[in-house]
Ligand binder design. Structure first.
Ligand code: NAP
Length: 250
């Protein structure tokens, strides 16, 4: 058994947990004792591998398929979790995609797809779990945004707009839910080594990062774990924790 008990008795939904950062967040929360729901949209096998890895570490987990940009699928996802686990204590809105291109040539469908998942998906999942968390009078919502939502990035107007929107929904819901014991915070990664960044030209980016390297999914997961934990993060809400090697200093 390699799990700790910091999150024992808590149920956590991690969206987009089949790969990359979401996978590490799922493994990390499970190691703290949380039961973790591994959401995915297409990578069933990879999601099952995450569930198996959690079980081999002594943790509890199951996977559920849902496109979190689809309202009906999100409602069904949360309904299924409540029928199986009876509660949701932690929501990590992690699922995200990029469809990069200069604005002048950006197709409307690429704009819309990124907004639909990266921003509307956060709204749909937050609304769907909020009913339960409000009743429970407790909850932790952690939104994975990006430093690009703070600083902008040529070729990513759709992604930057969505991630900036996530900052807005984070702060607004933090204010709406605070009186009911629910905190809402965001983690803003810089450049992290995952499938999403595998085709980037690392050479041209490294000079922008004071700590001199891309980050790892484990480093982002550590920030999420902190924000999910009581009592360490219980008095923190509406904040944005950057995990970016010092790239953007406010
Ligand atoms: P990734 O490796 O490409 O993984 C994306 C995850 O999202 C996968 O598990 C994927 O599942 C899931 N997903 C995609 N479409 C979905 C949908 N419609 N419904 C549910 N899940 C869906 O990406 P990543 O780098 O780990 O990024 C994770 C988050 O961190 C994203 O929000 C991203 O914007 C943010 N971020 C990443 C970086 C970075 O440098 N990597 C930097 C800043 C922020 P399937 O395989 O099943 O589709």
């Amino acid at each position: 058994m390699t799990t700790s008990t910091l999150l024992t008795g808590k149920t956590a939904l991690v969206t987009g947990a089949s790969r990359g950062i979401g996978r590490c967040i799922a493994l990390c929360l499970a190691k703290q004792g949380a039961e973790v729901i591994v959401n995915y949209s297409t990578s069933k096998e990879k999601a099952e591998q995450v569930v198996a890895e959690i079980a081999s570490n002594g943790g509890t987990s199951y996977s559920l398929k849902a496109d979190v940009s689809n309202e009906a699928e999100v409602e069904e996802l949360v309904k299924t979790i409540l029928s199986k686990s009876n509660r949701i204590d932690i929501l990590v809105n992690n699922a995200g995609i990029t469809r990069d291109g200069l604005l002048m040539r950006m197709k409307t469908e690429d704009w819309q797809a990124v907004i639909n998942l990266n921003l509307t998906g956060v709204f749909l999942c937050t609304r769907a779990v909020s009913r339960t968390m409000l009743k429970q009078k407790s909850g932790r919502i952690i939104n994975v945004t990006s430093v690009v939502g703070i600083m902008g990035n040529a070729g990513q107007a759709n992604y930057a707009a969505a991630k900036a929107g996530v900052l807005g929904i984070t702060k607004s819901t933090a204010k709406e839910f605070a009186s009911r014991g629910i905190t809402v915070n965001a983690v803003a990664p810089g450049f992290i080594t995952t499938d999403m960044t595998k085709d980037l030209n690392a050479e041209s980016i490294l000079s922008l990062i004071p700590l001199g390297s891309f980050g790892t999914p484990e480093q982002v997961a550590g920030a999420v774990r902190f924000l999910a934990t009581d009592p360490a993060a219980a008095y923190i809400t509406g904040q944005v924790l950057q995990v970016d090697g010092g790239m953007v200093m406010n």
